[in-house]
Design a binder for this molecule. Structure first.
Ligand code: SAM
Length: 210
């Protein structure tokens, strides 16, 4: 059933038992310990190694902004994560060398897979206003994990058309410094396009890691 964006309020996230064993979609962090996922893990670690600044787009969906950013900023590496397999399969063949679209749960990636202090930028465009606590992306645990995986001064950029999501973001990132929105591209994500077409109010929020 579609969620009423005006009335949505965030569910209470489940407590985390053990930070390295992150529950989540796709088997959580345990999945990445399975031998059949060793090649994906090795590809990820090779991609995030090196000196180039690294950006992550969470929930890239059709990949419009991920691919456009990778083409517009070739000196950066653009990692994308998305839960939906078909979206990842559709985007991957179009990715330039500085872009890796990965099928992964962002919560697992941030908590257990990325090296600490590596990310210079994270974009989260129109996170899903779910009513299921197990599927909630934005939570105190995610902000802690962003703090671990991001470099000092790295910027998280979020956009939403859900009033309570904007309030949740402002609350979760209250210990971070408000920052200018990072440079972007004219290409719009699907939700950015819908919001613009329908004249919906949107919030654009950026914070620098303290
Ligand atoms: C509402 S859509 C927005 C898609 C796109 N960012 C846009 O602006 O049009 C949210 C996307 O995030 C993905 N997603 C939700 N939770 C996720 C998670 N934990 N890790 C990675 N992707 C996730 C969903 O599959 C979906 O494609």
């Amino acid at each position: 059933m579609p969620v009423d964006r005006e009335r949505w309020s965030p569910p209470t996230p489940p407590p985390r038992q053990e930070p390295r064993r992150v529950p989540g979609a796709l088997g959580g962090s345990l999945l990445w310990d399975q031998p059949e996922h060793a090649p994906d893990r090795a590809r990820l670690l090779a991609f995030v190694g090196g000196e180039a600044p690294l950006a992550l787009e969470i929930g890239f969906d059709h990949g419009v902004t991920l691919l456009a950013h990778a083409r517009a900023f070739p000196d950066w590496r653009w990692l994308g994560c998305e839960l939906r397999k078909r979206r990842v399969q559709a985007v991957a063949p179009h990715a330039p060398d500085n872009c890796l679209p990965l099928r992964a749960d962002a919560r697992t990636l941030l908590a257990a897979l990325l090296p600490p202090g590596r990310l210079a930028r994270v974009d989260i465009l129109f996170p899903t206003p779910t009513e299921d606590p197990r599927r909630l992306l934005l939570s105190p645990a995610l902000v802690l994990d962003l703090g671990r995986a991001m470099a000092q001064g790295g910027v998280v950029h979020l956009e939403t058309d859900v009033p309570a999501m904007a309030a949740l973001v402002a609350d979760l990132f209250r210990g971070w410094a408000p920052a200018p929105a990072p440079p972007t591209v004219p290409d719009l994500s699907r939700r950015q396009r819908v919001a613009r077409r329908d004249g919906l109010p949107t919030w654009s929020l950026s914070y620098a890691r303290p």
